[in-house]
Design a protein around this ligand. Structure first.
Ligand code: DOR
Length: 451
């Protein structure tokens, strides 16, 4: 029946999501959503009469589809961890309808051919909407500035998974000085990181946040902010991990600097997370003590941090079982990010409207994603229906990410996506996927590129 629905939608039939509570960053109200030709046509009462098909959303919340500004879907290169099909499927199950994917694949996305290949693969494989960062090297400035329609340039200022690294000041300076595109930074200082690494003989997982210390993160963030200000360059700081950086950014951030945090940095804290999860909790930058977690939470509420993204970075159980320091850094997150944020909402930390702002509206504005992020007439019908009261235990072996484990294993999270719609097509509904349609490349309309 849903298959028919998707097909009818493609034929231009009218769908109404009926009787749910529509949520924006500013308000909630009970309303119907009329969808035509893949776009939201109208929001209001009593629209069902105009529908060819009705989706009953009573007792559910109707949110704009989430936009994840940082995922690693490992495609091409590491199909044992993930690919654009499995990653996008997991994303759809988590209520994510658009993603921006990172360049540390094999080959890395550092030239025109690699970017074209990724986009071609996504057009075939991705169930949700997509676009890709261009990976910076010391030598590929022409590519970074000329490859068409990308959300931004990714710079690994410190080494993480893969070979990408730009840690020399003159190279960073050149990239910031030339071009207008958004630069997203993995902010860890390579020199200090190496020094810290060398100072610990047989590190255990508990030393991970000491090697990749607060100072390592703060120094790189300060350097990136300095360069952005010097060249008035649009800067996005990925996965903020320390209270120190948040306090610094509260003073120093400008209108052209944006900041992101992950659900795992907002949820977990050290040392407990390392005692419980060992190397499964290993990521870069690391999860830190409660003080950092609490300042990050407050910085998000205060607007110092603009958005929430997963840094979905799957590694296999076998790789993680190698143990620190031989285990790779990163953890999956696309299927649980909304449920984690809603669970924290139920604990009284924030509102549903704020979650919509941080996970849909702000990402669309920050990256200039055309037609995305807002539940509003004229916008794309990328929509997620959420049951705020649904409790579900996260269980390894029952996930859609290819690595099939989660750092939230064994925890009951409250508030889950029930149905995910991409461009008017139902892609996911209560554990079932409808795979007859594909997501689209997201168009970037970034005003700073033309300023
Ligand atoms: O922990 C991480 N894993 N941090 C990153 O920046 C990269 C990621 C990965 O690709 O595995």
């Amino acid at each position: 029946m849903l298959k028919q629905l998707a097909e009818k939608c493609r034929q231009g039939k009218r769908i109404v999501i009926s009787g749910g509570t529509v949520v924006t960053s500013c308000h909630q109200e009970e309303a119907d959503v009329l969808i035509e030709e893949g776009k939201v046509k109208a929001i209001g009462r009593g629209l069902s009469a105009q529908a060819d098909e009705v989706i009953d959303a009573r007792f559910l919340y109707v949110l704009p589809g989430l936009i994840d500004t940082q995922v690693h879907f490992r495609d091409p290169g590491f199909p044992e961890k993930e690919d654009l099909y499995s990653g996008s499927r997991a994303a759809a199950a988590g209520g994510i309808t658009s993603f921006l994917e990172m360049p540390n694949t094999r080959p890395p996305t550092t030239d025109f051919a690699a970017m074209a290949e990724k986009k071609a693969r996504a057009a075939q494989l991705s169930l949700v909407n997509y676009n890709f960062y261009a990976g910076a090297t010391a030598e590929n400035l022409t590519f970074l500035n000329e490859v068409p329609n990308i959300p931004g340039i990714k710079i690994f200022m410190g080494s993480s998974t893969g070979e990408l690294l730009v840690d020399q000041d003159e190279d960073l300076e050149r990239i910031f000085a030339h071009g207008r595109r958004l630069i997203a930074v993995h902010a860890e200082d390579e020199e200090l990181l190496k020094k810290n690494k060398a100072s610990i003989v047989s590190p255990t997982i508990k030393e991970h946040p000491k090697i990749r210390s607060v100072e390592v993160a703060l120094r790189a963030t300060q350097k990136a902010v300095g360069l952005a200000k010097k060249y008035r360059r649009r800067l996005h700081i990925l996965h903020l991990s320390t209270g120190d950086e948040a306090l610094y950014l509260a003073r120093e951030k400008t209108s052209y600097i944006s900041v992101e945090v992950t659900p795992q940095h907002l949820f977990f804290s050290a040392p407990e997370v390392y005692e419980k999860l060992g190397s499964y909790a290993q990521m870069n930058p690391p999860i830190r003590e409660k003080w950092h977690r609490d300042v990050l939470r407050r910085a998000l509420i205060a607007g110092v941090i603009d958005c929430v993204a997963t840094d979905h970075a799957p590694h296999t159980i076998e790789e993680k079982e190698r143990g620190y320091p031989h285990s790779p850094s990163g953890m999956p997150g696309v299927e649980t990010s909304l449920a984690v944020m809603l669970t924290l909402m139920h604990e009284g930390l924030w509102s549903l409207e704020q979650v919509v702002r941080w996970m849909a509206e702000s990402p669309a504005k920050l990256f200039g994603l055309k037609g995305k992020g807002f539940l509003f007439p004229g916008y794309d019908a990328d929509i997620v229906l959420v049951d705020l009261k649904k409790n579900k235990k996260v269980e390894n072996g029952k996930l859609y990410t290819r690595v099939n484990w989660s750092p939230y294993h064994g925890l009951i999270l409250r508030g889950w996506p029930i149905l995910t719609m991409v461009g008017g097509h139902v892609v996911f509904r209560e554990g079932e996927f409808f795979e007859d349609c594909r997501g689209r490349e997201i168009e970037i309309e970034a005003e700073w590129e033309y300023a």
